[in-house]
Ligand binder design. Structure first.
Ligand code: SAM
Length: 277
C-alpha cells in the first residue's frame, strides 16, 4: 500500500480523539484542525514538500502532520503534550521512516539537532500562547529555517505583515520583515477549529531575505524598535533619546521629528546600523 493510501486509511481525527478520550487543554493553546481539506490547503501553501524536512510544532492529533506526510515531507513533530503520542504513532506507522515524534517544549528545543544539521522548513498551526515568542526565536536564533508557514491568531498575523503607518505596525512586523518576505496567505474562521477559539486565525508564509541582517545588527534593531515603539506617539529624538536621540537619527539619515511608526523597515535598519557604529 502506498503511504498516501495508508494515511487515507487511518480513522478520522475526531474518532481517534474520542477513542483515546482526549479533550483539548486550553492551557496549551489546543484548538484542532480536524478537517483534512484545511490542513491539506496549508501544506499546499507551504510549496512543494516532496523530500523536504519539515519541523512541525504542536502536531496534536496529527491533522496537519498527515497532510505534510501526504505531500512527501519528512516530518519532525515536536509536541509538549504526551497524550497525543499514541495517535501520532499510528500516523508514523502509516508513513514508515517519514515521521519522528519528539516530546519536548518547542521554546527550548534545538532545531538544528532536530534537522540533523541539514536544512528544514517550519510549518505549524501554532499554539496561540507561545506563537510570537516562537517566531522571535526562529527569526533571531542560530537555526535558519529555509521557509516558514505558520498559523497565528489573525491579530498577530496582521502585526507580522503590517506596513509602516498602519496601526498594527510595530516591533514584531519590523523584526519579521527585516529578515523575511512576509505574506498572509490564508484566513481561517474560529469555527474551523475544535474547540473554536475566541478569535479568527490566519496563515503567514515567510521566506528568508537574501540580505538578512547578522545577529548583532538584529539585536540592535530590536533595541531601536523597543525604544521607538515604547513611546509610540513621541518624536524619535525623544523616544530613542537613551540610544543617542537626534544624533542617532542624523547618523541614520532620518528626520528626528518623525514618529517611529512612520519609518520603513529599511529606515529602522539604518538606525540599527548607526547604533552599531
Ligand atoms: N497541529 C494541530 C492541529 O492543527 O490540529 C494542533 C494545533 S494546536 C493549535 C497547538 C499544539 O501545540 C497543541 O497540540 C499543543 O499541545 C502544542 N503545544 C503547545 N505548547 C507547546 C510547546 N511549547 N511546545 C510544543 N508543542 C506545544
Amino acid at each position: 500500500m502506498s503511504v498516501q493510501a495508508a494515511l487515507a486509511a487511518l480513522p478520522p481525527l475526531r474518532e481517534m480523539l474520542s477513542e483515546h478520550g482526549l479533550l483539548a487543554d486550553k492551557g496549551l493553546g489546543q484548538h484542532f484542525l480536524l478537517d483534512l481539506n484545511i490542513t491539506r490547503k496549508i501544506a499546499r501553501l507551504a510549496g512543494p514538500l516532496d523530500g523536504v524536512t519539515v519541523i512541525e510544532v504542536g502536531p496534536g492529533p496529527g491533522g496537519l502532520t498527515r497532510a505534510l506526510l501526504e505531500a512527501g515531507a519528512r516530518v519532525v513533530a515536536v509536541e509538549k503534550d504526551a497524550r497525543f503520542v499514541p495517535l501520532l504513532e499510528a500516523v508514523a506507522e502509516a508513513a514508515p521512516g517519514a515521521l519522528r515524534i519528539v516530546l519536548a517544549d518547542a521554546l527550548t528545543v534545538d532545531e538544528a539537532a532536530l534537522a540533523d544539521g541539514g536544512p528544514a522548513a517550519i510549518i505549524s498551526n501554532l499554539p496561540y500562547n507561545v506563537g510570537a515568542p516562537l517566531l522571535v526565536k526562529w527569526l533571531t536564533g542560530p537555526f535558519r529555517p529555509t521557509a516558514m508557514t505558520l498559523m497565528f491568531q489573525k491579530e498577530v498575523a496582521q502585526r507580522i505583515v503590517a506596513p509602516p503607518g498602519s496601526s498594527a505596525y510595530g516591533r514584531l512586523g519590523i523584526l519579521t520583515q527585516a529578515t523575511s518576505h512576509a505574506e498572509m496567505v490564508m484566513e481561517a474562521p474560529a469555527r474551523a477549529f475544535t474547540p473554536p477559539p475566541k478569535v479568527d486565525s490566519a496563515v503567514v508564509r515567510l521566506t528568508p531575505r537574501a540580505d538578512r541582517p547578522e545577529p548583532g545588527l538584529l539585536a540592535d534593531l530590536q533595541k531601536v524598535t523597543q525604544a521607538a515603539f515604547g513611546q509610540r506617539r513621541k518624536m524619535l529624538r525623544s523616544s530613542v533619546a537613551t540610544l543617542g536621540g537626534a544624533d542617532l537619527c542624523a547618523a541614520a539619515g532620518v528626520d528626528p521629528t518623525r514618529r517611529g511608526e512612520t519609518l520603513s523597515v529599511d529606515e529602522f535598519l539604518a538606525m540599527a546600523r548607526a547604533l552599531r557604529r
